[in-house]
Design a protein around this ligand. Structure first.
Ligand code: 5RP
Ligand code: ZN
Ligand code: CA
Ligand code: ZN
Length: 214
């Protein structure tokens, strides 16, 4: 419908979109931008209006091209061995990064620099020397998509990247959970939709994305 087309236009134009995964999964709504278009003001919106963890989701092949593992596979600590999640088979967490042109890495300007550079890198992974451009660890959490995207996993990682693909954009999106400042819980779908309406941002259900992108 209209929201789906609006979402693709928004991603191309540097506007955020909201995506609720599913009531029987996390039951969370993430605020999402395409990585290329992020600005310091967008990072400020992510931390002030969303308030969760700011992460960049990369397509599986891009992550592989940069030698980026799943965190749980890379870290040799016993607590990574049995990574039981209540809502999915595996976490999509990979490493954390900062662009080498950042100082502390956490400011809006620094995170914007890192996120934008990840967007550019994802557009041409063969042309990038990842280690020359980024340092690990850093202040932006990377997420690595499932190889077959929505066919294998229906997280915000895969939902956001499927939308980027539908918009003909590179496989790199920044996502952050919307939290309720009063309760500390995930923002309810009704409240997330009200926020979207207030700002004129599109709101999508994961099922809408599955219907249109699979
Ligand atoms: C990282 C998360 C978020 O839920 C994010 O949406 C990515 O995870 P998933 O793909 O499992 O939804 O936990 O902050
Ligand atoms: Zn999560
Ligand atoms: Ca807030
Ligand atoms: Zn999520």
């Amino acid at each position: 419908g209209h929201s789906f087309e609006h979402a693709l236009e928004s991603l191309r134009a540097g506007e955020p979109i909201l995506v609720h995964d599913a009531a029987d999964r996390e039951g969370e709504t993430d605020l999402i931008y395409h990585a290329d278009t992020v600005s310091p003001a967008a990072v400020a919106r992510l931390r002030n209006d969303a308030g969760g963890l700011v992460c960049v989701a990369l397509g599986h092949d891009v992550a592989e091209a940069f030698d980026l593992p799943f965190y749980s596979d890379a870290i040799d600590h016993p607590a990574t061995a049995d990574h039981e999640l209540g809502y999915d088979d595996r976490s999509s967490f990979s490493l954390t990064v900062n662009h080498r042109d950042t100082y502390t890495g956490i400011t809006d300007a620094d995170r914007s620099t890192t996120i934008q550079a990840l967007g550019e890198a994802a557009a041409a992974p063969g042309a990038i020397d990842f280690t020359a451009e980024f340092r690990v660890p850093g202040h932006v959490h990377l997420l690595k998509a499932a190889p077959d995207l929505l066919a294998q996993r229906e997280g915000h990682t895969e939902l956001g990247l499927a939308l980027a693909g539908a918009a003909d954009l590179s496989p790199a999106v920044v996502v952050c959970e919307m939290l309720d400042d009063q309760t500390g819980e995930a923002l309810t779908p009704a409240d997330a939709r009200a926020y979207a309406d207030r700002h004129g941002f599109p709101y999508l259900e994961g099922s809408d994305v599955l219907d249109r992108c699979q």
